[in-house]
Ligand binder design. Structure first.
Ligand code: FPP
Length: 245
């Protein structure tokens, strides 16, 4: 923590939490046990984010593709999510954490949705940090939903095609009032985006670690942030030496 520069913090950190299954397999445990340990890592990372002053944290908790997993694993993940929300509410309130979701959450089981909506409602006025859970989320699906919303505006004569700018598209994404992620972290050593925030990560710094998600602890997280702070972000422009990227 000591080496982190509070003036150069990423405003928005997004995380692809991967490797629960492998973590469990290495220990002869069930995949569900890996997810349970993964939920503990979520607690640690949310707490650390708040401690160091991250304002936006977005976690890929359940992708559109995850619906293809065995039914018992899906049910266990939904149950874990419910349990997590109930057990974390007090801490979210004490620390001013606002909960949001992105994704087609209408597909989630009714009881999970109920706890989600309840937590979103109760934390809505919290101002210190926004924790967004991507649930039943897919980047392409988000873009499709966005294109459909914009097309309806055009069809209804509210806007014309020349009004469609980057700003307008951003305004119709699920993340409309959020800044784009500055730092995207992926655990478990895979160099893939896996359909996460496709539009929003255009200029994000990417950090991949071999650590499996349940082992991603405070020190690992601080190392990722320190790595981010050592980078020079140019957003496509040239640096002081005239070198572009
Ligand atoms: C990837 O591990 C992780 C997920 C499918 C979802 C992430 C879920 C959690 C961290 C648990 C609970 C979440 C919350 C918000 C309480 P994997 O199963 O794909 O791992 P593998 O690639 O090793 O099989």
């Amino acid at each position: 923590m000591s080496n982190i520069d509070p003036k150069k913090l990423p405003k928005h950190v997004a995380i692809i939490m991967d490797g629960n299954g492998r973590w469990a397999k290495e220990r002869g445990m069930t995949r569900v046990m890996g997810h349970q340990q993964g939920a503990e890592a979520v607690r640690t990372i949310v707490r650390t984010s708040r401690e160091i002053g991250i304002q936006w944290l977005t976690l890929y908790a359940f992708s559109e593709e995850n619906w293809k997993r065995p039914k018992n694993e899906i049910l266990a993940l939904m149950k874990l999510l419910k349990h997590f929300l109930k057990s974390e509410l007090k801490e979210m309130q004490e620390n001013g954490i606002q909960l949001r979701t992105i994704g087609r959450t209408d597909k989630l089981p009714k009881d999970t949705r109920k706890v989600l909506l309840d937590t979103i409602g109760k934390t809505a006025s919290n101002q210190n940090m926004v924790l967004t859970l991507a649930l039943s989320y897919g980047g392409r699906q988000e873009l499709l939903d966005t294109i459909q919303k914009i097309t309806r505006k055009v069809e209804n004569g509210i806007i014309t095609s020349i009004d469609i700018s980057e700003k307008l598209v951003s305004d119709f994404l699920y993340t409309s009032d959020m800044p784009d992620p500055d730092l995207l972290i992926r655990t478990s050593g895979e160099y893939r985006i896996s359909n996460f925030l496709l539009w929003q990560i255009a200029y994000s710094e990417i950090y991949v670690t071999n650590t499996l998600w349940p082992d991603f602890d405070k020190n690992e997280y601080l190392a990722a942030i320190l790595d981010f702070q050592r980078r020079e972000r140019r957003f496509g422009a040239a640096n002081s030496k005239g070198v572009g990227s």
